[in-house]
Design a protein around this ligand. Structure first.
Ligand SMILES: Cc1cc2nc3c(=O)[nH]c(=O)nc-3n(C[C@H](O)[C@H](O)[C@H](O)COP(=O)(O)O)c2cc1C
Length: 358
């Protein structure tokens, strides 16, 4: 590739302009993030639900949030030790989580270099990291309007600007999508070719800043990188391709589900969080779409707005995501991006990075 941009987020400058996106629950844990960072890209741990398999979490004690704090810190430290000196570790914290503030603080205390935050507007993020001025703050947005709302709020309230934006396209990305309805997922205004240049223009013309804008959603190969760099992106965030790596923290069964997935298996669902999500149509999702799914009980009160907890509609998403992570094909929720159909084998992180940049 002729023109590879230089990515700088706050004081952090990776060798490659690539972020491995945060993927919960425990799809991008410390192992994946650490290995990505060791190779010169930015590795991201998803903070959500990391305590699910920790001995510190004792359901009878209702201590999920306390356990999460400890586990998030330990995960950052583990990722840092795998990454080695200079390795850049980010933590992805979702605004929609009940313990969002505690997860952000734990990530910063644990030594995270960057906090990446979406699934809602991270309006109070600078408050939660005020004791850690070196931690770079990166909102995930799907439009210039969202970028402007966050920037104006941060500037007025905290005298702080974002260190970068990730612009994520709902039409292709994995996990929860930055759209309010399923119809809006394919809104042309939210496609990268429209939203990305708009955010780039907003940063240059209105913020009068040169913070990087990073593209996410549907990025798989060198051609995709060239496409978004030409639109003004200074970096890319990739999820789905990294979920199916040897270093990925999910079970082999999770990765096999990616390899097996065909076009017709990739569907959109209404998540209990009130956002659309993209997932593989396995027996669990098929039953959910038919209206006959049986949920496991809520185990952690993890979402501020949860339709399952409130009205018993939908299902416990934490339990379903954990089931997918450990490889329960029948009962898991296997989040994926639309590019899951391109996963034909489990790859090594180093081969992906070499293929993209060398
Ligand atoms: C299995 C899975 C879980 C995800 N979980 C999260 C998450 O916890 N928080 C978040 O902000 N984004 C999450 N994402 C989105 C990714 O970080 C990434 O931005 C997105 O998947 C990029 O699109 P791609 O998968 O086409 O590369 C998830 C994606 C996948 C595939």
């Amino acid at each position: 590739m002729s023109d590879i941009p230089v990515l700088q987020i706050g004081k952090y400058k990776p060798r490659y302009p690539l972020i491995q996106g945060g993927m919960g629950v425990d799809i991008s844990g410390p192992n994946l993030a650490g290995h990505v960072a060791a190779l010169g890209a930015i590795g991201t741990i998803a903070s959500v639900g990391l305590a699910h398999n920790s001995p510190l979490f004792v359901p009878e004690k209702h201590n999920y949030f306390e356990a999460n704090e400890v586990v998030v810190k330990e995960a950052v430290q583990k990722a840092k030790s795998i990454a080695g000196p200079g390795g850049i570790i980010a933590v992805n914290c979702m605004v929609a989580l009940t313990d969002y503030d505690r997860q952000v603080k734990a990530a910063a205390e644990g030594g995270a270099d960057i906090i990446i935050s979406g699934a809602g507007l991270p309006l109070r993020l600078p408050d939660y990291t005020k004791d850690f001025p070196d931690v770079a703050l990166v909102p995930i947005v799907s439009s210039a309007k969202a970028a402007s709302l966050i920037t104006r709020h941060w500037e007025k309230k905290y005298n702080r600007l974002p260190d970068a934006f990730v612009v994520e396209e709902p039409a292709t990305a994995g996990g929860h999508l930055g759209a309010t309805t399923i119809e809006q997922v394919y809104d042309p205004a939210l496609r990268l070719e429209n939203a990305l240049p708009e955010v780039v223009k907003y940063v240059a013309d209105e913020m009068k800043s040169d913070i990087p804008v990073i593209a996410a959603g549907g990025i798989w190969d060198k051609g995709d990188l060239e496409r978004v760099f030409a639109l003004g992106a200074k970096g890319v965030q990739m999820g789905t391709r990294f979920a199916c790596t040897f270093e990925g923290d999910a079970s082999d069964r999770f990765k096999q589900a990616y390899i097996d997935a065909k076009e017709e298996d990739v569907v959109l669902i209404h998540s209990p969080a009130g956002l659309p999500g993209r997932a593989i149509k396995n027996p669990f999702v098929a039953k959910y779409l038919e209206g006959s799914v049986e949920s496991k009980p809520c185990f952690a009160n993890c979402l501020t707005h949860c339709r399952y907890r409130k009205t018993k509609e939908t299902f416990c998403i934490a339990a379903a995501l954990v089931d997918a992570q450990v490889g329960n094909w029948e009962t898991g929720l296997f989040f994926c991006g639309s590019n899951v159909v391109k996963a034909h084998k489990i790859e090594h992180v180093k081969d992906i990075i070499a293929e993209l940049f060398e």
